[in-house]
Design a protein around this ligand. Structure first.
Ligand code: FES
Ligand code: FES
Length: 175
């Protein structure tokens, strides 16, 4: 069957079986390899993308269920890697092997889009379904907190100086 999908702001067509998981359409048909396969059963979060802004596990989402919803993958999170989460991820050296990190970023960005000022508990709750075999959980948490601070500073016209969250995260790392 032919499906017209809205991927990262572009309309694309995929001629695939209706039950093919969106993950395989993205990776194998559209050559968007940033989204990763981990478990294939909605247990790890490596395959997370956005559907109309909601974090969604593409490994268990049949392409036929997507419809006209906007699909955003890690390749479309920003045009040039400038999303505050992507910037902070680099500054804090969040990834280790990196395999899980696209999914982590997509879950975190969906969280900050719907809740720009999450508490520590809300960050942990939102991120709890994204597994990391390298156990970068502390840096992920600090990265989300720092990105939220940066986004809040930007929205109130704050300057480009280092936000409290990032300074705090560095202090934690240095302890
Ligand atoms: S690959 Fe989709 S949740 Fe693990
Ligand atoms: S950085 Fe290696 S699995 Fe998360």
């Amino acid at each position: 069957m032919s499906f017209t999908l809205n991927v990262n702001g572009k309309s694309v067509t995929a001629d695939v079986p209706a039950d093919m998981p969106l993950l395989w359409v993205l990776r194998d048909i559209l050559n968007l390899k940033g989204t990763k396969f981990g478990c294939g059963i909605a247990m790890c979060g490596a395959c997370t993308v956005h559907l109309d802004g909601r974090a969604t596990r593409s490994c268990v989402t049949p392409v036929s269920a997507v419809g006209s919803r906007e699909i955003t993958t890690i390749e479309g999170l920003s045009a040039d890697g400038s999303h505050p989460l992507q910037q902070v991820w680099l500054e804090l050296d969040v990834p280790q092997c990196g395999y899980c990190q696209a999914g982590q970023l997509m879950t975190a960005s969906a969280l900050l889009a719907r809740n720009p000022h999450p508490t520590d508990q809300e960050i942990d709750a939102a991120m709890s379904g994204n597994l990391c075999r390298c156990a970068t959980y502390l840096r992920i948490h600090e990265g989300v907190r720092a990105a939220a601070s940066r986004m809040a500073a930007a929205s109130t016209g704050g300057g480009p100086g280092e936000p409290d969250g990032l300074a705090g995260a560095r202090a934690e790392e240095e302890r």
